[in-house]
Design a protein around this ligand. Structure first.
Ligand code: SF4
Length: 241
C-alpha cells in the first residue's frame, strides 16, 4: 500500500514525529496498544501492511521538518517483514542523508543488520526486554525474538557506537523474583541506561492477560529500580524525569 504521509506528530516523550514503515505487527504481544492507538481491528493486527512508498515520502517531507523522529512508535520497525522489504533501512538512509535525529524502539535483533548505519545517525535506540524466561517471552510476545537475541542486539549496537538503552516495558507480574537476573543480563551488554514502564490497560484488551493471570506489578518495578541501581545502572521511569 502507499501512504500519503511518512511522518505524523508524536505525543510520546522525547519524540516530535512518528515514523512507522509498517501497519500491523507480527510479534503479537499480548499487551500491544498499537491497534488501540491507530483504531485498528486487534484481531487482524498481525497482518502486516507495507508502506512501500514511505522512503520517497520521507525524502520529500524531511527538508521541512526539524525535531526528533520516533521510529517504531506503533509497530516494530524490525519485525520480520523488514528482512524482506527493508523500508526501515531505506528510511534510515534518508534520515542519515538529511542529518536528522531519531529515537527508535524495537524488540528484534534484525536491527544488528543496520548497526553500522545507525552509528552514523544522531539519536538513541531502545531495545525492549520484559523477561529473561523464554517460556514467558513465547507466551507474552509470541512472534518476537527471544530475550537472548535482544541482548545480543544491545551488545552489538553498543559496540558499534550506537546509544542504546534497555526498555523494560511493560513491567508485568511475570518479572517478580527475576529482576536481578534481568539487570545482570543488561549490565553484561555494556548498556548503562534502563527505562521501565508499568503495565497499563489503556488501549489494550486485558482479557488474554487476565486469563493467563498476568497483571502489572509495583513490586517488580521497585525491585527493578533497586537491583539496577545496585549494579550502577541508571534506571528511569519512561514518563518521569
Ligand atoms: S512489538 Fe510492539 S507493536 Fe509489535 S505486537 Fe509487540 S507491542 Fe505491538
Amino acid at each position: 500500500m502507499d501512504c500519503r504521509k511518512a511522518l505524523s506528530p508524536s505525543k510520546l516523550p522525547e519524540m516530535d514525529y512518528a515514523l512507522n514503515p509498517y501497519t500491523g505487527c507480527e510479534h503479537g504481544c499480548i499487551y500491544c496498544y498499537g491497534p488501540g492507538v491507530v483504531h485498528a481491528d486487534p484481531s487482524t493486527w498481525r497482518v502486516v501492511r507495507v508502506k512501500r512508498n514511505i522512503p520517497e515520502r520521507l525524502s520529500r517531507e524531511l527538508p521541512a521538518v526539524n525535531g526528533i523522529i520516533g521510529i517504531g512508535t506503533v509497530t516494530d520497525p524490525y519485525q520480520y517483514a523488514e528482512g524482506r522489504f527493508m523500508l526501515t533501512r531505506m528510511c534510515l538512509e534518508v534520515i542519515a542523508r538529511n542529518d536528522r535525529e531519531i529515537h527508535m524502539h524495537t524488540k528484534s535483533d534484525l536491527i544488528i543488520r543496520d548497526a553500522e548505519l545507525l552509528s552514523t545517525i544522531k539519536g538513541v535506540v531502545g531495545v525492549t526486554l520484559t523477561t529473561m524466561d523464554d517460556r514467558i517471552s513465547k507466551m507474552t510476545e509470541p512472534g518476537a525474538p527471544l530475550p537472548s537475541r535482544r541482548l545480543e542486539a544491545m551488545t552489538v549496537l553498543q559496540d558499534a557506537g550506537v546509544k542504546v538503552y534497555a526498555l523494560v516495558a511493560p513491567v508485568m507480574s511475570t518479572l517478580e523474583g527475576h529482576e536481578a537476573e534481568l539487570m545482570d543480563a543488561v549490565k553484561e551488554t555494556g548498556v548503562e541506561i534502563v527505562y521501565y514502564n508499568p503495565l497499563h490497560f489503556r488501549n489494550v484488551d486485558p482479557s488474554r492477560m487476565m486469563r493467563m493471570g498476568i497483571s502489572g506489578s509495583e513490586r517488580a518495578e521497585d525491585s527493578l529500580v533497586r537491583e539496577g541501581r545496585l549494579r550502577g545502572l541508571d534506571v528511569r521511569h519512561v514518563f518521569k524525569p
